[in-house]
Design a protein around this ligand. Sequence first.
Ligand SMILES: Cc1cc2nc3c(=O)[nH]c(=O)nc-3n(C[C@H](O)[C@H](O)[C@H](O)COP(=O)(O)OP(=O)(O)OC[C@H]3O[C@@H](n4cnc5c(N)ncnc54)[C@H](O)[C@@H]3O)c2cc1C
Length: 466
Amino acid sequence: MIESEHIAQLKRIVGTENILTSKEDLAAYSYDASVTWAHTPDAVVLPTTAEQVSQILKLANENKISVTPRGGGTNVSGGSIPIKGGIVLCTTRMDRIIEINKANLNAIVEPGVVLQDFNIALAKQGLFFPPDPQSFLGCTMGGVVAENAGGPACLKYGVTKQYVLGLEVVLANGYIMKLGGLTPKNRTGYELVMLFTGSEGTLGVITGIILKLMPMPPASRTIMAVYDDVAIAGKAVSDILSSGVIPSKIEFLDNWLIRRIEVLMHLGLPTEANALLLLQTDGTQAAVEIEAQQIVDICKRSNAKEIRLAKDQAEADRFWKARSASFSAIFSAAHTVLGEDVAVPRDKIAQFVQSCGEISKKYDVLIVLSGHAGDGNLHPAILTDQRDKEHFGRALNAIDEIVETALALGGVLSGEHGVGLEKQRFLKKAMDPVAIEIMRKIKGMLDPNNILNPGKIWEEEATDVN
Ligand SMILES: Cc1cc2nc3c(=O)[nH]c(=O)nc-3n(C[C@H](O)[C@H](O)[C@H](O)COP(=O)(O)OP(=O)(O)OC[C@H]3O[C@@H](n4cnc5c(N)ncnc54)[C@H](O)[C@@H]3O)c2cc1C
């Protein structure tokens, strides 16, 4: 617990209007979009400047008070849960877009800017920021950078780290450090910008971000390919990629999800299909027409049962609604959902999907499959109920085997959601022990009192489960 004198000091730093201490407010910051963890903080502070962040961290560091940085709280790995109590430092009130520079194709933003607001501002100038966590209505640019977020368009455009040119970061001792700059090329010393990108709030608080932008592609076409066999759909993904066409998106939904979304949204989806691929190509009008036809031809050759080429933007938007509804469709279907985020090499998707079917039978649990198939980044989700210990135990065992299968196929533990609390029990299996030790040393050097997001990433530090 932090002392009342610390609360008084925090009030002096941020003003009484920017600190929350009521039971109800603290409860609202005790959880995020992960479902199996929660912990109540002692106070929530909402600073409005980097200088305030610096003073908060100085106070916390001198008094060894835990500080959990937080943006929109939409992460699904437990990253913003204040598992050791202390302060939640929420950056949503630092929400200014400082500059959008079309000539330089870059922008400077504060961390609390909501992704959707950023993209609306960019679209007015014919620009876009491709990483697209599907939580764009609520996630913030600080959270996007701290998670190195991905999303559907990363197949062609890459993940967040490919767009971060510079950062302002407040270190645990309160020092405000500037890294990188306005240029797309910068080979000055070690890539410290990359170190903080994806650091999940454990190394510093991001207070300013310089981002690379892309011109908005003038045209796009969307294709829905319907398959009888999940593994054949998986193979179609590598067939498309090895043909030389790189669509901007290849997304995957399985039969359970197609049916569930259709019940909820009535989009006219093929409910008898065992797998559905949603693909998008973008670029100039002439290029997308050629690429769309190439994709249609490959899908035909790969035994797609039906192929729908969206005739206009309204139909394309309807197709994509199905994809963006996936998360809600899955998470509203059970008391507890264990959602994974593994990535496998793309020529192993079919094998991975097949193994998930076997794991589902072995543990008698429903495994729903969806994800960014173009990146080999799949989100197997197990519908369970934490209150039913027996079922939950089987679900956890199935998750273990899913992760082990992905790693054995040459894949990775997390494609885009990060380690947080949710995946720390797998870290030792997924990473070289020396690499883990190096990460620990970096953490120890930057945050010797372990005040920044303690209890995350490294397993033995987790202490609390909801
Ligand atoms: C429906 C849904 C769909 C999603 N789809 C995707 C997807 O397709 N791809 C994807 O990658 N993710 C996805 N996510 C996960 C999530 O939305 C992203 O990780 C997002 O980037 C988190 O942003 P946030 O502002 O909500 O961060 P939070 O959840 O608040 O925090 C995330 C992490 O960043 C740290 N952090 C936050 N702000 C700062 C800061 N200013 N300085 C330092 N650290 C900070 C926190 O400590 C925490 O560890 C999805 C989530 C939902 C709910």
